[in-house]
Design a protein. Structure first.
Length: 391
C-alpha cells in the first residue's frame, strides 16, 4: 500500500522553470488526495470480509454481510493497482535506486515489524493459535513468506500482500525505466498485455497448472501493479482517455458484485480489474481538474492516511476478539453490529496510534538527512528578493 499526500490539487504536472543558481529542476507531481480517500474504502472492504469470515452474523445479517463484503478480498487488488499508479506518479526521474528503496522501506517496514511482533505475542498467548517456526518468522520478517504457499498466512496473515509489494518495489526501477522509453503507445501496449495476463493466470489457476496458488504468489500479482503504473504514465503524458469518476465508480461497483459469479480466489480479479483500473486515474484526473470528488473530503483523506496501519492491525484485533466470542458465533443483527462496531473502533484507535507513534516518526527518522549549512554572504549590501519558484 502506498500513500497519496493531501495537499491542494494543482494543475496537471508542469515542470518548474530555472532558478538563477542552476538548471531547471523537476517539480513534484501534484498530490492526489482522492486516491488517499479511496485507499480507506479498499481497507474497509477487507475488514468487512474478515468480519464475514469470522461469522459474527447469522441469518439475515449473515446474508447481508456476505452480499456486501463477500468480495472484499478485491480490495487487495485495488491496493496493487493503486501502488503502481502512485509510485509512477511520484517517481523522480533522476532518483537513485537505493534512495527509492530506502523510502519504500521507511514507508512500510516499521509498521510491519510492530504488527509482526504483536502477531507473535498473540500467537504465544492464545493456546489455539499455532506458533510459527523460526523459519516462518524469519520469512515473515523479510517479507518472503508469500513466495512459499505453506507460509503465506502465518503470523499476521494480511502481511502476505506486503511480500507482493516488496517484490513490486524491487521491480519498479526497471519498470519505470521501461515506461519512460516506451512513450504513450508503447505504454498502452504494455498495459494491454498486463490486462490480458490476468484472465490467463486465472484460467491457469482454475485448471491447477501451478503448485502454488496464483492468488498469493507475488510474481502473479505483478500485472495489476504494471497496469496501475501504465495508467499513471498516461495521465502524466496527458494521454488518458478513460471515463469520468462517476462512470468509473459504477463500473467498479458492477465488477465487485460480479465476483460471486466466478470461482473464489484469483478469478475475482478478472471481475474487478477493469473498474478499478479506470477508477484510479479517473479520481486522479478529478483532483487535477478540481472536479467534485467524495474521496477528497477531509475526513476521507484522514481515514486514508490511517488505512495502512488499519489494514495491518485489524485482523489481529478480530483474532483476539474471537477468543472471547468463540468460533463462528453467528449473532443476530444487533449483537453482530455491536461486536463489529467495537472491533472496528479498537482497530481504528490502534491504527491511529500506529500512524502517529510508529509510521510517521519512523519515516522521519529513517529518511532524515542533515542539511548542508547555508552559504554566508560576504557582502553586507542589500540583497535582491529571491525568484519565486513553484513548489
Amino acid at each position: 500500500m502506498t500513500t497519496a499526500t493531501t495537499r491542494t490539487p494543482r494543475t496537471p504536472p508542469a515542470r518548474t522553470g530555472a532558478t538563477a543558481a542552476g538548471p531547471p529542476a523537476p517539480a513534484a507531481a501534484p498530490s492526489l488526495p482522492s486516491l488517499t480517500g479511496l485507499r480507506w474504502m479498499a481497507a474497509l472492504l477487507v475488514f468487512g470480509l474478515h468480519v464475514h469470515n469470522f461469522a459474527w452474523f447469522g441469518g439475515t445479517g449473515g446474508r447481508l454481510v456476505a452480499w456486501g463484503f463477500g468480495a472484499g478480498a478485491s480490495g487487495v487488488s485495488f491496493f496493487f493497482l493503486l501502488s503502481g499508479f502512485v509510485l509512477t506518479w511520484s517517481a523522480r526521474p533522476r532518483d537513485r535506486v537505493l534512495a527509492f528503496w530506502r523510502r519504500r522501506i521507511a514507508r512500510i517496514y516499521p509498521v510491519h515489524l510492530v504488527t509482526l511482533a504483536g502477531a507473535f505475542l498473540l500467537a504465544s498467548a492464545l493456546t489455539h493459535q499455532a506458533r510459527p517456526t523460526p523459519k516462518q518468522a524469519l520469512a515473515n520478517a523479510l517479507l518472503l513468506h508469500s513466495w512459499w504457499r505453506p507460509w503465506w498466512q502465518t503470523l499476521n496473515p494480511v502481511s502476505w500482500s506486503l511480500a507482493c509489494e516488496a517484490f513490486f518495489y524491487a521491480a519498479f526501477p526497471l519498470l519505470y525505466l521501461l515506461l519512460r522509453r516506451l512513450g504513450a503507445r508503447g505504454s498502452v501496449l504494455l498495459g494491454g498485455l498486463a490486462a490480458v495476463a490476468v484472465p490467463v493466470l486465472a484460467w491457469a489457476d482454475a485448471h491447477h497448472w501451478w503448485t502454488h496458488s496464483v492468488y498469493s504468489f507475488p510474481a502473479a500479482r505483478l500485472p495489476e501493479f504494471v497496469l496501475g503504473a501504465v495508467t499513471a504514465r498516461l495521465v502524466l503524458l496527458g494521454r488518458w482517455r478513460g471515463p469520468g469518476l462517476e462512470a468509473s465508480l459504477a463500473l467498479a461497483v458492477i465488477g465487485y458484485f460480479l465476483v460471486p459469479q466466478v470461482t473464489p480466489g484469483y478469478s475475482a480479479t478478472v471481475c474487478t480489474l477493469a473498474g478499478f483500473a479506470l477508477l484510479i486515474p479517473a479520481a486522479a484526473v478529478a483532483d487535477l481538474r478540481g472536479l467534485p470528488s467524495l474521496w477528497r473530503r477531509r475526513r476521507m483523506v484522514r481515514l486514508g492516511e490511517l488505512s495502512f496501519a488499519f489494514y495491518m492491525v485489524h485482523l489481529l484485533v478480530l483474532r483476539a476478539a474471537a477468543t472471547v466470542l468463540g468460533p463462528k458465533p453467528r449473532f443476530g443483527v444487533l449483537p453482530g453490529l455491536a461486536v463489529s462496531a467495537a472491533a472496528f473502533a479498537v482497530s481504528l484507535a490502534l491504527s491511529w496510534a500506529l500512524y502517529e507513534g510508529v509510521e510517521r516518526p519512523a519515516r522521519r527518522l529513517l529518511l532524515y538527512r542533515r542539511r548542508p549549512p547555508a552559504p554566508t554572504d560576504p557582502l553586507p549590501a542589500r540583497r535582491e528578493a529571491p525568484a519565486q519558484v513553484p513548489d
